[in-house]
Design a protein around this ligand. Structure first.
Ligand code: ASP
Length: 373
């Protein structure tokens, strides 16, 4: 199985020969903006000495010149929280609401405004749980709305452009920031303060927005969905570092974690202390998924010493492939909620058809028109 996965990744395409440009809509599409909070909706509060939630979704939209020419907009105030305050419970409610909006049939696209710090987790959760082909875009800002050079208005305008674009359908949930389009699966925040906050994990963005044009430079394979449950099991992320022991893991198990994601080192390796803890967790029936703290590349079983990837997999741990620890946690929560275990759970993470999500556009799929606003 592993060789197959690696072969797929070796052949995994990077760039398209031709970009795919959004089609000109016949009339202005209807886009719903669902505001959840984040820096995009914050203002500097001199008394408190920092930025705090202050701006409604309606005011965010009202502050973007020209946005009404791109789409007919309706705004929903879902919450106004920093994304650190997002929880699995909020994800469940947000996904349920987006399913309702998407199935109601009266919007062509949805933009979710969101804090950037955990945006990639929410985006991946929504990618796995919201059905239908209405494009869903998450966007936010690195600078509060009250700063003169705030990036929120431009990001929101680009987000609406992408959500309104017919070519965005069936590309899954996307993150649009700083003129770049990323898949939910691959988006990763890589800068704390730079406006170019996100990268695509594989090194290949899904596309870009420039001078009002939406251009797709990669294709994604059909999305995999999991059922949207009513509650999610506890899954904790346990970091590996030189000298780590199983203290954090024991604390998680003490809180009844049903699964653990190990933010391992290298291609998916841990030390003896964590290895012993992982084996004990597996014996208790706790699912263990191995991801890596390294920003690029895959986890795969390369080393057979105690704690190496080979020994971890032999002990029953699952390899997360290209998923970051925080994305692997999202998938593990949903898979456990769906009752997956044993081999079906392993396949969920390790099969190549789930992992290899991007492929080049066929030449004849190249669209003809630009969507310029
Ligand atoms: N701390 C903020 C948040 O995630 C950062 C941001 O929005 O960019 O809510």
């Amino acid at each position: 199985m592993y060789n197959n996965i690696m072969d797929d990744f070796a052949q995994r395409p990077r760039r398209l020969e031709n970009t795919q440009r959004g089609q000109v809509p016949a009339s202005r599409p209807h886009v719903r903006v669902v505001a959840t909070g984040g820096t995009i909706a914050m203002q500097l509060d001199a008394e408190q000495g920092g930025a705090t939630p202050a701006v409604s979704g309606a005011d965010l939209v009202a502050a973007v010149p020209g946005i009404a020419q791109i789409a007919r907009l309706s705004v929903e105030e879902f919450s106004n929280i920093p994304s650190e305050h997002m929880t699995p419970e909020v994800w469940l409610r947000l996904a349920a609401r987006l399913n309702e909006i998407s199935q109601a049939g009266d919007v062509e696209g949805i933009v979710v405004t969101h804090g950037t710090d955990t945006m990639e987790e929410t985006a991946f959760f929504l990618d796995l749980t919201v059905r239908g082909d209405v494009p869903i875009v998450l966007t936010g800002a690195q600078r509060p709305a009250s700063t003169p050079d705030a990036d929120g208005p431009g990001n929101l305008r680009d987000g609406v452009r992408v959500a309104a674009c017919a070519e965005s359908k069936r590309r899954g949930v996307m993150i649009v920031m700083h003129g770049e389009i990323h898949t939910a699966r691959e988006a990763v925040k890589t800068y704390t303060e730079e406006l170019d906050a996100f990268d695509s994990h594989s090194g290949t963005d899904l596309g870009f927005v420039r001078e009002g044009r939406v251009c797709f430079t990669s294709e994604v394979l059909p999305r995999r969905h999991l059922p949207l449950p009513t509650s999610l099991p506890r899954v904790d992320i346990i970091p590996m570092y030189a000298g780590a022991d199983d203290a954090a893991m024991q604390a998680a198990l003490g809180r009844r974690a049903a699964g653990l994601v190990i933010a391992a080192v290298g291609a998916g390796n841990v030390n003896r202390g964590l290895f012993d803890g992982i084996k004990a967790a597996l014996r208790q029936g706790v699912a263990v998924v191995i991801a890596t703290r390294v920003p690029h590349g895959l986890v795969r079983p390369l080393y057979a010493y105690a704690g190496g990837g080979v020994s971890l997999r032999e002990a029953g741990a699952i390899m997360a492939g290209d998923l970051t620890p925080q994305k692997a946690r999202v998938l593990l929560m949903l898979a456990l909620a769906a009752g997956e275990q044993g081999e079906s759970l392993r396949e969920r993470f390790e099969t190549s058809d789930f992992q290899a999500q991007k492929e080049p556009l066929q030449q004849n799929q190249t669209a003809n028109a630009d969507y310029v606003v």
